[in-house]
Ligand binder design. Structure first.
Ligand code: HEC
Length: 155
């Protein structure tokens, strides 16, 4: 009798602590850690955001940039053709903020030819699709991109 009451109490207390831990952010995303990647816009490690981005990519970007991020043949030296978004292109040479702006405002103002997506995609959609693109790069390219962000005061 005594023992079973103690056991019930332990289970209740344990369950309460677990719920409290989850509620207080024990499972918060890694990027929420202050002083690390908190200023970076893209979150390639955020699985739900990346899944949403993959969906947006397929609908809004793949017809030009390729279903597998491969770009259009002959893109080098021709700004009318969509470049690849994989590691063979130069998307990863640009910091988060510039990538975000290129997608939101388009690149026509910058001498390119891509229309802006601001009427079609929300800011969060744009971050999601760029996070998906970054999630597809090999680790060494993601790290190089983190360093580019840090130099741009953006990561
Ligand atoms: C109508 C075709 C088309 C669609 C659709 C399109 N793009 Fe582009 N995109 C281009 C072209 C062409 C360029 C090259 C323009 C330039 O050099 O400025 C480009 C360039 C870019 C760049 C700059 C790459 C670099 O290396 O400088 C980014 C980033 C980009 N696109 C992202 C996206 C995303 C994300 C989507 C989907 C939301 C998208 N694009 C949809 C045609 C397209």
């Amino acid at each position: 009798m005594q023992l079973s009451r103690l056991l019930t109490l332990t289970i209740l207390l344990g369950g309460g602590l677990l719920v409290g831990w989850v509620w207080l952010g024990g499972s918060a995303p890694r990027n929420a850690t202050p002083g690390t990647a908190s200023a970076a816009l893209l979150q390639p490690g955020n699985a739900s955001l990346v899944a949403r981005g993959a969906d947006i990519y397929a609908r809004a970007c793949a017809n030009c940039h390729g279903a597998n991020l491969e770009g259009q043949a002959g893109w080098r030296g021709d700004r009318k053709l969509a470049p690849p978004h994989d590691e063979s292109g130069h998307t990863w040479h640009h910091p988060d903020k510039l990538l975000f702006e290129m997608v939101k405002e388009g690149t026509i103002r910058m001498g390119g030819s891509m229309p802006g997506f601001k009427g079609m995609l929300t800011d969060e959609d744009i971050i999601a699709v760029l996070s998906y693109i970054k999630s597809r790069w090999p680790a060494r390219v993601r790290e190089a991109h983190d360093a580019i962000n840090a130099r741009a005061g953006n990561g």
